[in-house]
Design a protein around this ligand. Structure first.
Ligand code: CTP
Length: 400
């Protein structure tokens, strides 16, 4: 995602500047071309030599280059970048960005840049909470800059609170996501289901499965980055998600998932059923915790509703419906049958042949089967990348 991208890093004076060595390294490792600008005070915290070595490019800090007296062209630097990451962003650089001050190379470049500018503030909690800082952050966001909020935690002063610069891993993930931003799904509403369902046996026990929710959350994230409004309905999962385009609805059981999904289906242009919904649920839920007996215990299970099948019956001409399948024999044939029975536009077949694919793994290997039986093969990839393949297929269908 970052391969070949031109990343300009602007470092201002804050102790968090030490983290920029790691961030620079991460960008270079991801295949990006990196250039660094430092303010004078940033150089009190980390040396230009460290960043020049890691970025494999000279570091810029003043309008005049070394002894040669040559001018450093801030306009060229600003136009060169695909993304300008100002991190750490100090209170002082923030206030200058807000007011249009250009008394150093970083600020002059910022004013000349036409690319997306992302800032990661770092300051002590009271400085961060100060009304002038908050006002300046609002102002620079109103100019179109993107703010990666600082974390809550221990600060250099020893105080604990909000103001710790986001970690390098968080910043690179944020910028990677930005590179995926398009408007290809603008105006569309996508309903995505994720995770397992928990079927209660009694107040403390349930029948569940190993689905982590990773695949569904990745699909929701990619759809949101491509401009869609997303309704994500998930069973219990440790995954986190936050995006202004995503409405998150948490459910527990197959019954709850059925009710929530069906109630939102009519407004969805696209529905992706990636949840691992239980096919059976206990016939009775004991109101009290079941006490153990000497004899064995039998639990009667009854069928849950097949949500996807019901959606296939409700589906209108202008709606796309996508399902998942996991098969152990006659994989493609069974998946295609499932597609036809459930009236899907395509089905994603999870492979069991690759031991690094599926439940609990960050990677997945899929095949996409079309209504006419055509099979599209994909390699083993990170679930985030698999989600991109699936969403690209959806976009292809929308234009078909
Ligand atoms: N699904 C659903 N409602 C259920 C069970 C599954 O909507 N009660 C959806 C899943 O989200 C998935 C697809 O149906 O998109 C999987 O189909 P399913 O027929 O359940 O396949 P398997 O779980 O593989 O079960 P089987 O092969 O036994 O039919």
């Amino acid at each position: 995602m970052l391969e070949g991208k031109k990343i300009l890093i602007g470092i201002s004076g804050s102790i968090a500047a030490y983290k920029m060595a790691a961030l620079t390294r991460l960008f270079v490792k991801a295949g990006a071309d990196v250039k660094v600008i430092m303010t004078d005070s940033a150089q009190q915290f980390i040396t230009p030599l460290t960043l020049a070595t890691l970025s494999k490019n000279p570091v810029y800090s003043s309008f005049i280059k070394g002894d040669s007296g040559e001018w450093v062209n801030h306009v060229e630097l600003g136009l060169w970048a695909d993304y300008f990451i100002i991190a750490p962003l100090s209170a002082s650089t923030l206030s200058k960005m807000a007011s249009g001050n250009s008394d150093n190379l970083l600020l002059a470049t910022y004013l000349s840049a036409r690319c997306r500018v992302v800032v990661a503030p770092a300051m002590d909690l009271d400085m961060f909470a100060h009304p002038s800082t908050q006002k300046n952050l609002e102002l620079i966001q109103s100019y179109g800059n993107i703010v990666i909020k600082p974390n809550h935690g221990e600060l250099a002063s020893g105080l604990v609170g909000e103001g710790r610069m986001a970690e390098p891993e968080e910043i690179i993930e944020f910028v990677s996501n930005l590179t995926l931003e398009t408007q290809e799904l603008h105006g569309k509403t996508v309903l995505v289901t994720a995770g397992p369902t928990y079927e209660a046996i009694d107040p403390v026990r349930f029948i569940g499965n190993h689905s982590s929710g990773k695949m569904g959350f990745a699909l929701a994230r990619i759809c949101a980055l491509k401009g869609a409004k997303v309704i994500l309905v998930s069973g219990p999962s440790n995954e986190q998600i936050s995006h202004p385009n995503i409405t998150f609805l948490s459910v527990q059981s197959a019954h709850e998932m059925h009710q929530t999904v069906v109630s939102h289906f009519a407004k969805a242009d696209i529905t992706i059923m990636s949840a691992a919904v239980a096919d059976y649920t206990p016939a009775q839920v004991s109101a009290q915790k079941i006490k153990k007996q000497d004899s064995d215990l039998k639990i009667d299970l009854v069928r849950t509703k097949d949500i996807l099948k019901e959606l296939g019956q409700l589906k209108k001409e202008n709606q796309l419906l996508i399902g998942f399948a996991l098969e152990t024999e006659n994989e493609q044939e069974n998946a295609h049958k499932k597609l036809l029975t459930k009236n899907l536009d395509f089905i994603v077949l999870n492979s069991l042949r690759n031991e690094k694919a599926g439940f609990g793994f960050p990677t997945n290997q899929i095949q996409i089967i079309d209504r006419d039986g055509k099979i599209n093969n994909y390699e083993l990839k990170l679930k985030e990348e698999v989600a991109i393949d699936i969403v690209n297929k959806i976009i292809e269908k929308l234009h078909a």
